[in-house]
Design a protein around this ligand. Sequence first.
Ligand SMILES: Cc1cc2nc3c(=O)[nH]c(=O)nc-3n(C[C@H](O)[C@H](O)[C@H](O)COP(=O)(O)OP(=O)(O)OC[C@H]3O[C@@H](n4cnc5c(N)ncnc54)[C@H](O)[C@@H]3O)c2cc1C
Length: 382
Amino acid sequence: MEFKLTEDQLMCQNSAREFAQRFITKERMEQADRERRVPDDIFQGMCDAGFAGLIFDPKYGGVGLGMDSYVLTLEQLAGKDPSMSAVLVISVMFLYAINLYGTEEQKAKYLPGGIEGKFRGSFAFTEAGTGSDPKQLTTTYKEEEDCFVINGVKRFISNAGYEGPIILFANDSNGENTTAFVFDKFGPGYSLSTAWDTMTCHASPVYDIFLDEVRIPKDSVLGGIGGGFKILKGVIAFSKMGVMAQCVGNMGHAYELAVKYAKEKLHRGKPISKFPTIQTKIAEIAAMHQSCQLLVYRLAEHLNDAKPEDMGAVIAESGMVKGHVADTGFICCQKAMSVLGAYGVCGEYEIERCVRESLQYPCVEGVGDIQRIMCGSYALRP
Ligand SMILES: Cc1cc2nc3c(=O)[nH]c(=O)nc-3n(C[C@H](O)[C@H](O)[C@H](O)COP(=O)(O)OP(=O)(O)OC[C@H]3O[C@@H](n4cnc5c(N)ncnc54)[C@H](O)[C@@H]3O)c2cc1C
């Protein structure tokens, strides 16, 4: 057991912290919320700093580090603004799927550009009738002589408003053989709804995608016909880890804001930090934050070391971590907000953003109940 960061890990943590402090300022966060997009220079800056390529092979332009460096980086970025880091997380999730399941041609086509920040990738699974249950997809593909033709509607898709490639899941016309396809957004027959009016994640809006006879090349299949579930399962532990690293970053930010306020706010000339009620709250917030942080770090280590035969256990662990950290993140931020009394609910105080952002985690990457079912059924397997 080792609780000390290595030189590489410290370097990643420091460079992400410096980047966030320097570039993700209050004005830029407000701009991103207003415009509902991460400003191009900030996204490009994250990629130039190597954050999109941390875990990928240097032969594609990556840095070649582990999941541990990735979660430490995300924690720092999301500790400033989780909805800006969400755009990076989704794009890296796209790249991770290509890296695991792509052909050499697909890797050469997408990895270097994605790592350099030339596009923001998407990953489209959810539909109106299914978020948690992958067996209920209704989007279809049919094979023609020179292409595949896709029809259907995808719901709540991040990064869908940006140019670039998308990985999209569809069934054959019998509702079977779930397959992942990778192709460019905005071809003929591809259109978007307006952004959903979410109360959280404003800089990373979600859209419905309408696919009306979208014709994509034969080489768009990712991981083989019928390989869709294998890809979903393979990517899911990774994506939950990344999203929960952001949740932990947001909790850490809420903790810092509560501590700062408690030391500055005076009652009868003395800081409220002297009240036992405030001290108790701070202790509880710290315990929630640090226990969730350790769970995410351990998941990252397990993913680093995972052999194919370990993946069942790691996927179950990712469900446990996601279910617990996401729900605890909201309770932690809400408690931190209460340290500020009425100021906590005011937009002028940053803690309000922490609470709003904490709301997204229980409902993305599969709801908490499904995570607990996944984890519990693994623990109770025959
Ligand atoms: C900010 C944001 C970004 C997103 N980005 C993406 C993206 O990029 N790509 C993408 O594909 N999706 C994305 N999503 C969608 C998200 O992953 C799904 O919404 C999520 O998985 C939950 O699915 P659902 O909304 O259909 O809920 P449902 O699955 O309908 O769940 C609703 C309720 O029913 C309960 N329930 C459902 N099934 C069961 C069951 N079998 N047993 C017991 N209880 C059950 C749940 O506990 C839950 O309380 C995003 C969502 C948000 C909010």
